[in-house]
Design a protein. Structure first.
Length: 215
């Protein structure tokens, strides 16, 4: 099987990113871009991001998860701590996050260190989830091989009966991570592949060195 993709081309013409106009803290620019994409490009799932880890087998692996909160300190998402990504983070907390917003022709790449958030914060978010999502966290031992789809559906049905009319507890193996950034790159598509790339590198205590990179 073979398909030549060399003629797939697109001209990026929806914006610019000038060094003179960026704030000193990258989280302020992230907030601005996130707001603009969320408001003006509704076709994009704005909080969908790729999380890249180095697996225990030595290979990098990417998967899309949903960003649930961001602060000046970092980016928070939730998952199963015993999943493939959870085991990878336990061994090597250096991760990469990336957002690609096709409608706005923008990309953000974030290098950072992942660590578990406080249990009470994970409890609070778990309690805010729909019951179906809460049960899903109990049902799925994420990344483990299972015998069939019916196995999961049967397990869900039994848990629905068990917790009917009752509060569903957060499993100990499920919770949040915060990724504290050490480098954030903002990419804005431009014509003729001369894209704008602005990189922030953490120096110390929220002091960032800012550079324009060659496209």
């Amino acid at each position: 099987m073979q398909k030549d993709l060399s003629d797939y081309r697109k001209s990026y013409e929806k914006g610019e990113l000038l060094l003179a106009n960026v704030p000193e803290n990258p989280m302020e620019l992230f907030q601005k871009w996130f707001y603009e994409v969320d408001r003006f490009f509704a076709e994009d799932e704005t909080n969908a991001m790729t999380v890249s880890t180095i697996g225990i087998d030595g290979y990098p692996k990417n998967r899309v998860v949903l960003l649930k909160k961001y602060t000046y300190e970092g980016f928070i998402f939730y998952t199963n701590y015993e999943s493939e990504k959870g085991k990878a983070i336990a061994q090597n907390p250096n991760v990469c996050l990336s957002f690609f917003w096709q409608g706005a022709e923008r990309q953000i790449i974030i290098k950072g260190n992942a660590e578990k958030i406080a249990e009470n914060l994970s409890d609070g978010y778990f309690e805010s989830r729909p019951r179906g999502s809460q049960l899903g966290a109990l049902v799925s031992h994420q990344s483990e091989a299972i015998e069939s789809r019916e196995f999961i559906e049967d397990k869900l049905q039994k848990l629905e009966q068990k917790y009917e009319g009752k509060e569903i507890p957060r499993p100990e193996y499920w919770g949040g991570y915060i990724v504290k950034p050490v480098e954030i790159e903002f990419w804005q598509g431009r014509p003729n592949r001369l894209h704008d790339r602005i990189r922030y590198k953490l120096q110390s205590d929220y002091n960032w060195k800012i550079n324009r990179l060659s496209p």
